[in-house]
Write a protein that binds this ligand. Structure first.
Ligand SMILES: *Cc1c(COP(=O)(O)O)cnc(C)c1O
Length: 388
């Protein structure tokens, strides 16, 4: 189902090639390893050195790519970001590719801002470079979040196996796949893209089982849950849910814009999430807002952007199925409250303020009140997740 969703060239009677994993991180370890082995085999066959593999990504990659590079001894070559441009620039990425590049990893839905990278442009530029150089550098798409968003909301965006250089794609079942935590997927374009030597065959459980995973035993509950969601909701069901997420993101965006205090960093087309920064952070920072919002039971992360945009700091709200428009309204109201308080407070030196004992007691009481209120609503059957 997932291979078809991503337009893998599999016929009606072919078996798609892929594996269920604990999440996108494990999926990426496996996909990266497949690229490394393929590249090594090719270099060996040509009688060339194969001890300095590298991988090209944007500096906005999720930490699992840094882990892959470190654990599997591959140099990570990162395209740096700049203020106002928070995804990997395909032109710069292709410039960085050399004969030791095992693949270019691109993200469909940057973790930082939700923005889709331009996989089509990357594919086209890399095709040209491959033609000039005689290399055949492939592409991996890290679609951890976007893999279950783009096919439903933006079916015309070409980012998947419709592009010839895309050889593998990962997606997290526990993000927009709508399953509880512990499931990810990696799909290869064809059987040839996964080196045989990595697949182990065991028969001691009754039948031949090909395995390509980092661990062995694993619960099947997530796989059943994913299967259930697919057949229960279908394409239309996922589409409705993603459209609703997108609509609630818009509600949140408009509410934040109305406050006049924030710049919206995320794009309208992308993963339904909102990354935003303070227009004026001279008196208080996004970190202060994040800290204060905890009193109302919200955990809204604040962080700095990756290099070379690390001087920009943002808050991020991920809008999933259960983030209703009434929750969006409450979050906006709480943000306004927090910002007004921070504005009324005496100026600090812009570092996270140190509270005295009395103040932190007050904060704990406020937080408890917030939590109690939430649970009361819940206990009285007030919907916290509704379609609006
Ligand atoms: C979340 C995320 C990952 C890691 O996925 P897990 O399923 O949590 O292991 C990798 N890449 C991107 C772009 C992500 O957003």
């Amino acid at each position: 189902m997932i291979a078809h969703l991503f337009h893998a060239p599999v016929g009606e009677h072919d078996t798609a090639v892929g594996v269920g994993t604990v999440g996108s991180s494990e999926a990426i370890m496996l996909a990266g390893l497949a690229f490394k082995r393929k590249w090594q085999a090719k270099r060996k066959a040509l009688g060339k050195t194969y001890d300095r593999p590298n991988i090209v990504t944007g500096s906005n990659v999720q930490v699992c790519w840094e882990k892959f590079a470190s654990y599997f001894e591959v140099d990570l070559k990162e395209v740096k970001l700049k203020e106002g441009y928070y995804v990997m620039d395909p032109v710069k990425a292709v410039e960085m590719v050399d004969e030791n590049t095992i693949c270019v990893a691109t993200i469909l839905g940057s973790t930082m801002t939700g923005e889709f990278e331009d996989v089509k442009l990357l594919n086209d530029l890399l095709m040209e470079k491959n033609e000039e150089t005689g290399w055949d550098t492939p592409i991996h798409v890290d679609a951890a979040s976007g893999g279950f968003v783009a096919p439903f909301l933006y079916p015309d965006i070409e980012w998947d196996f419709r592009l010839p250089l895309v050889k593998s794609i990962n997606v997290s079942g526990h993000k927009y796949g709508l399953v509880y935590a512990g499931i990810g997927w990696v799909v290869w374009r064809t059987k040839e893209d996964l080196p045989d030597e990595l697949v182990f065959h065991i028969n001691y459980l009754g039948t031949d089982q090909p395995t390509f995973t980092l661990n062995f035993s694993k619960g099947s509950s997530q796989i059943i849950a994913q299967y259930y969601q697919f057949i229960r909701l279908g394409f239309e069901g996922y589409k409705d849910i993603m459209m609703n997420c997108s609509k609630n993101t818009r509600t949140l965006k408009e509410g934040l814009q109305k406050t006049g205090r924030f710049d919206i960093i995320s794009k309208d087309i992308g993963v339904p999430l909102l990354a935003f920064s303070l227009k004026d952070s001279s008196r208080y920072s996004v970190f202060d807002i994040s800290e204060s919002l905890r009193r109302f039971g919200w955990i809204v992360p604040a962080y700095t952007m990756p290099p070379d945009a690390q001087h920009i700091s943002v808050l991020r709200v991920v809008v999933r199925e259960d983030f209703s428009c009434s929750l969006a309204d409450r979050l906006i109201a709480d943000i306004v409250k927090v910002v007004n308080e921070l504005e009324a407070a005496p100026p600090t030196d812009n570092s996270i303020s140190v509270h005295n004992g009395e103040e932190s007691e007050h904060n704990v009481r406020e937080m408890q009140k917030g939590i109690t209120k939430y649970w009361r609503r819940f206990a009285h059957g007030k919907k916290t997740s509704s379609v609006c």
